[in-house]
Unconditional design. Structure first.
Length: 346
C-alpha cells in the first residue's frame, strides 16, 4: 500500500522534524554546559563531619570547578564523600594531593578545595582516597590574624595617644613651655632686626655706615689701576723681549771677539817670556865678564828689539780691545801725561 501525503501533511512533517532537531541541539548545548557528556573519574575523601556539604557541591582546584560531589556516606564516625572529577584534571590528582573544605567567606557556601601535590608524586588511581584536612573554624582564622594581639596593640596605642593629648593640654607641660620659649625668641629676633635697621649697634653701624662702602669702592679703584698697569706692562713685553734678544746677540759677538783675541794674547805672552829669558842670559853673561862688550851690546840690542816687538804686539791687542764697543765704555779714562824734560845737556 503506497502512502500519499498532500502539501499540508508534508509541511507539518517538516515542521515536526525541525522541532525535534532543535530540541536535540538544545539538549546537546545544555548537556555540554552542564558537563553531561564529560568523562569523570571517581575519587573518595573522608572528613570528620559533613561541614554542610551536599550532593552536587562543586569541587574546585585554584577556584576552578573540576567536578562535583556525587554521594555522601556515613562510615562509622567518619563522613565518606564520593567525588566525580573531570578526566582532563585527573593528572593533577596525585598521592600527595590534599582535600579540604573552604568557603569564599566565613559564612559563605562551602565547597571542596583540592590542594595539588608535588609534581614528582605518583598519580592516584581511580577510586582512590584523597587525604583530607580539617576545615578551619572561626577561631582558627582569628588565630591566624592574631586578632587578640592586634586588639591589645590598638588599646595600648589608644592609651598612649590619650596620655600624649593630656601632656599637650597641660599649660605647664613641655608643649606650652616650648611655645613660650619660641615666642620669646621671636620677640628677641624682631628687636635685633629693628635695631639693625635703625643703625644701632656694631652690625647696624656697619650696615648703615658709608665708610665701609667707600673703602670697598676705593679698593676696587686700586684693583682697577693695578689691572691697568698690568695691561701696559703686558703691552711692553714684546719690545722688552726684542731688546733682550739684541743684547744676547751683542754678547754673543763679544764672546766671539774675545775668543779670537785669546790666541794672539797667548802668543804675545810667550814672546815676552822668551825675551825675558834672553835678558836673563844676557845679564848672566855680563856678570861673567865684560870682555865681550860689543857682543853683549849687540845681544842686548837684539833683546831690546824683541822686547819692543812683544810690547808692540801687546799694545795692538790692547788697542783692538779698546776699539771694541763693548769694552770701550767700561775702560777708565787715560791718565794725563806729565812733562819729564830734564833740559838741554851741556
Amino acid at each position: 500500500m503506497e502512502l500519499k501525503f498532500d502539501k499540508k501533511e508534508r509541511a507539518v512533517g517538516i515542521f515536526i522534524i525541525c522541532i525535534a532537531m532543535l530540541l536535540l541541539t538544545t539538549v546537546v548545548v545544555i548537556g555540554r554546559g552542564k558537563g553531561w557528556f564529560k568523562t569523570y573519574i571517581t575519587y573518595y575523601t573522608v572528613f570528620d563531619q559533613s561541614y554542610n556539604l551536599e550532593v552536587n557541591t562543586p569541587v574546585k582546584l585554584f577556584n576552578t570547578n573540576i567536578g562535583k560531589i556525587k554521594k555522601i556516606l556515613l562510615v562509622g564516625d567518619k563522613v565518606k564523600i564520593k567525588l566525580s572529577i573531570s578526566h582532563e584534571f585527573g593528572s593533577r590528582i596525585r598521592k600527595s594531593t590534599r582535600a579540604t573544605v573552604q568557603s569564599p567567606t566565613v559564612l559563605g557556601a562551602e565547597h571542596i578545595a583540592i590542594i595539588p601535590g608535588e609534581d614528582d608524586s605518583p598519580l592516584l588511581q581511580a577510586g582512590g582516597v584523597i587525604p583530607s584536612d580539617k576545615k578551619k573554624s572561626i577561631a582558627d582564622y582569628l588565630g591566624e590574624f592574631q586578632v587578640e594581639k592586634t586588639a591589645k596593640m590598638i588599646i595600648m596605642a589608644a592609651q598612649e595617644i590619650t596620655s600624649i593629648v593630656q601632656i599637650l593640654r597641660d599649660p605647664h607641660g613641655p608643649f606650652f613651655t616650648a611655645f613660650k620659649s619660641l615666642t620669646s625668641l621671636l620677640a628677641q629676633v624682631e628687636k635685633m632686626t629693628n635695631e639693625i635697621d635703625a643703625g644701632k649697634g656694631t652690625v647696624g653701624g656697619l650696615i648703615k655706615s658709608r665708610d665701609l662702602l667707600d673703602q670697598v669702592h676705593g679698593n676696587l679703584d686700586e684693583v682697577g689701576k693695578i689691572i691697568g698697569n698690568l695691561s701696559e706692562a703686558s703691552a711692553k713685553t714684546p719690545d722688552t723681549a726684542a731688546q733682550m734678544k739684541e743684547t744676547l746677540e751683542t754678547l754673543h759677538e763679544i764672546e766671539k771677539g774675545i775668543l779670537e783675541s785669546v790666541p794672539d794674547i797667548k802668543r804675545t805672552m810667550k814672546d815676552v817670556e822668551d825675551a825675558v829669558g834672553t835678558l836673563k842670559i844676557i845679564l848672566a853673561d855680563i856678570e861673567k865678564g865684560s870682555k865681550n862688550i860689543p857682543e853683549v851690546t849687540r845681544s842686548t840690542s837684539q833683546g831690546i828689539q824683541e822686547i819692543r816687538k812683544a810690547v808692540n804686539n801687546i799694545d795692538k791687542v790692547v788697542q783692538s780691545l779698546q776699539r771694541n764697543y763693548f769694552f770701550k765704555p767700561r775702560l777708565p779714562p787715560e791718565p794725563t801725561g806729565k812733562n819729564v824734560d830734564a833740559g838741554l845737556r851741556q
